[in-house]
Design a protein. Structure first.
Length: 232
């Protein structure tokens, strides 16, 4: 109950700040909630659910099957696996026997499609990082215009009134920066992580091309054998 009361008091303390900042504070708050949602979703996808991207155990088993010439078993393994890497490799395995250039193009097309999943919402996060401080600056400029307009109309020249008005106007700039800085840091972190994942997928795709070139029917094992074997 104490924690709930503290949270309630914290929420109540925000409303006076929102009122002082004016209507510009509301878009900034909306952008902050959107940024938080994207950060949580990308953390879940790129960090906590990395097995959906390129599961190492599946890839080792798949390469072992290819080394042993068991192409049909490799295709079945890709179809049963629900990872991004499995869908990319399946596009190449399905074209076994075609020229290397054809298989490579299919892998690249599949990689481009699937890589969008890794970069999803990152453009929105970058836009939030750029727009939030601009909104804050807009709120501050509008506040300053209102202050000087009031001074001109009411002939208020005291420093206290001017300083108090500037103090209130700067709320929006501070709010915009508070949203923009974490959003930008998250964007850079997730972009780097996505690039590393994409590079890893490209390496596995090239590995698949090499294994397909080495695979040949005369080297295949009997279909009755079910062991995947250990990777070299």
């Amino acid at each position: 109950m104490i924690h709930l009361e503290n949270f309630y008091n914290w929420l109540n303390s925000l409303f006076p700040l929102m009122e002082r900042g004016g209507w510009v504070m509301w878009p900034i708050v909306i952008l902050s909630m959107l940024a938080l949602a994207i950060i949580l979703e990308r953390t879940w996808m790129l960090l906590l659910m990395s097995s959906r991207i390129a599961p190492s155990s599946f890839l080792k088993e798949l390469m072992s099957l290819l080394d042993r010439g068991r192409l049909e078993a490799a295709v079945v393994a890709c179809r049963k696996n629900d990872s991004i890497m499995a869908r990319i490799l399946l596009s190449g395995l399905s074209l076994h026997g075609e020229p290397r250039a054809v298989i490579r193009e299919a892998l690249e097309d599949a990689g481009r499609r699937e890589s969008r999943e890794l970069e999803r919402y990152l453009g929105v996060l970058a836009a939030i990082a750029g727009v939030s401080p601009l909104l804050g600056l807009l709120g501050t400029v509008m506040g300053m215009i209102e202050i000087f307009n009031k001074i001109a109309l009411e002939h208020i020249g005291q420093f206290e009134h001017l300083a108090g008005g500037i103090y209130v106007a700067l709320y929006t700039t501070a709010a915009g920066l508070i949203v923009a800085i974490p959003a930008y840091l998250a964007f850079r972190s997730f972009s780097g992580l996505a690039e590393r994942k994409i590079q890893e997928m490209e390496d596995w795709a090239l590995e698949l091309l090499e294994r397909l070139e080495r695979a040949s029917p005369e080297n295949a094992e009997p279909a009755s054998e079910t062991g995947a074997g250990q990777p070299s």
